[in-house]
Design a protein around this ligand. Structure first.
Ligand SMILES: CC(C)(COP(=O)(O)OP(=O)(O)OC[C@H]1O[C@@H](n2cnc3c(N)ncnc32)[C@H](O)[C@@H]1OP(=O)(O)O)[C@@H](O)C(=O)NCCC(=O)NCCS
Length: 210
C-alpha cells in the first residue's frame, strides 16, 4: 500500500511523528476545539493520543499488512510541476499544513470505522473539510474494505453537519446533552454511511484521488 494520495489541491499522507508538532499546535487552539469534546490540548495529550496510532500504522505496514486505523496528515499540494506528485510532496512535506483526518477502527465491528477531521483555523472555509470527508469515504470503501462509516458531532457544529450530510451520511440519532464540556451542554448527532448507500453520482469521487 502506498503512503500518500493526492487530489488537485491536497496531499493526504500517513501521519508520522514528524507531523505531531503541527497537529499539536492545531489542537491547542480554542477556536479549533470549540465544538470538540476534547481540548484545547496541551501538546503531551495530543502526542499520547496519536503516537500509538502512528506506531500501529507503521508496524502493520512494515509487515505488509493493512493498518487497523488510518490517520492522515493533510497538506496543500505544491505546484503541479516536478515536485507535484503525491510521493514527492508527501516525502518532502513541502505543502502548507491543513489538518488531519482519520478512520478509526470500531473495536467491535470489523469493517466499521469512525471518521474524524480537524482543520487548522487558517485553512477553514476553502472546501477542504468537504474534500477531506470525501477522501475518507472514498478511501474507506475503495481501499480499506469498509462496509460502514460512523460519524458524530456536536449539534451546533454546523459546518460538520453540512459536510457529513453533503457526503451522503444519514442522520441516525440525537443524544440529548451528551457532552458537558467547558461549561456547556451539547447534543450529539449520530450519522452513518453504508457502502450500500453510495449513490451513482458519488462514483466520480474515485477520480478525485490518486
Ligand atoms: C468543521 C470543519 C472541518 C469545516 O471545515 P471547512 O474546510 O471550513 O469546511 P468547508 O469549507 O468544506 O465547508 C463545508 C460547509 O460548511 C459550511 N461552513 C463552514 N464553516 C461554517 C461555519 N462556521 N458555520 C456554518 N457553516 C459553515 C460551508 O459554507 C459549507 O457549506 P456548503 O456545503 O453548503 O457549501 C473545520 O471548521 C474544523 O476543522 N473545525 C474544527 C474541528 C472540528 O469541528 N472538526 C469536526 C468534528 S465533528
Amino acid at each position: 500500500m502506498k503512503s500518500a494520495w493526492a487530489s488537485s489541491r491536497l496531499i493526504y499522507s500517513f501521519c508520522t511523528h514528524a507531523d505531531l508538532p503541527a497537529i499539536a499546535a492545531m489542537l491547542a487552539k480554542p477556536s479549533v476545539c470549540e465544538w470538540l469534546f476534547f481540548g484545547p490540548n496541551p501538546p503531551e495529550v495530543t502526542y499520547a493520543y496519536f503516537e500509538p496510532l502512528i506506531d500501529g500504522m507503521a508496524e502493520a505496514r512494515a509487515k505488509g499488512a493493512a493498518p487497523e486505523s488510518y490517520v492522515f496528515t493533510v497538506r496543500t499540494r505544491p505546484g503541479r510541476g516536478s515536485a507535484g506528485t503525491a510521493g514527492t510532496a508527501a516525502n518532502g512535506r513541502e505543502g502548507a499544513f491543513v489538518g488531519q483526518c482519520a478512520l478509526v477502527a470500531d473495536d467491535f465491528s470489523e469493517g466499521a470505522y469512525l471518521i474524524g477531521y480537524q482543520i487548522d483555523d487558517t485553512q477553514w472555509r476553502k472546501g477542504y473539510g468537504t474534500e477531506m470527508c470525501r477522501f475518507l469515504v472514498w478511501f474507506a470503501f475503495a481501499i480499506a474494505g469498509a462496509y460502514r462509516l460512523n460519524g458524530d458531532c456536536a449539534a451546533g457544529n454546523l459546518a460538520s453537519v453540512r459536510i457529513m450530510e453533503g457526503c451522503g451520511f444519514v442522520r441516525e440519532g440525537l443524544q440529548r446533552k451528551f457532552w458537558h464540556i467547558r461549561g456547556n451542554y451539547h447534543d450529539r448527532l449520530l450519522y452513518g454511511l453504508l457502502k450500500d448507500d453510495l449513490q451513482a453520482e458519488q462514483a466520480p469521487w474515485q477520480e478525485l484521488f490518486c
